[in-house]
Design a protein around this ligand. Sequence first.
Ligand code: I3S
Length: 128
Amino acid sequence: DLSSLKRPYFTFEKSGALNVTKITEHGKKVRKNWTSSWAVLQGSQFIFAKSQAMATSWFGSHQSKPEFSVDLKGATVEKASKEKSSKKHVLEVKTQGGTELLIQSDSESIINEWFKALNEAISVHACE
Ligand code: I3S
């Protein structure tokens, strides 16, 4: 599908290893389940695969599915408060669909990069 290449604006892309857990799904609180994951930000899609190899095979062939993905249109991202997690460097992503995610890295600079990239993706896709 080459349609994304025809978009008149720059499509943000970023990927890397992150720890992730959902805390809310469809507006309902769910039990935390931190997993290490390969995160891919592509346009307004924030996608999580089990590993980089799984993500590559998913994008290459569309045969293996990502673990899950969320749409960032209308989402918010903020640095998570201490009540949300005892871990360091945690971001909280709230989607319009009522999913709340926490993403975490032991590296502050990695989390700061994701914070910037997610904010950019959210603002670029806000008016779609
Ligand atoms: O917000 P919580 O409930 O303190 O989150 C912790 C729990 O999910 C815990 O698992 P149990 O469901 O077995 O209690 C996890 O091991 C912790 O990592 C969670 O807290 P942090 O602060 O790490 O997000």
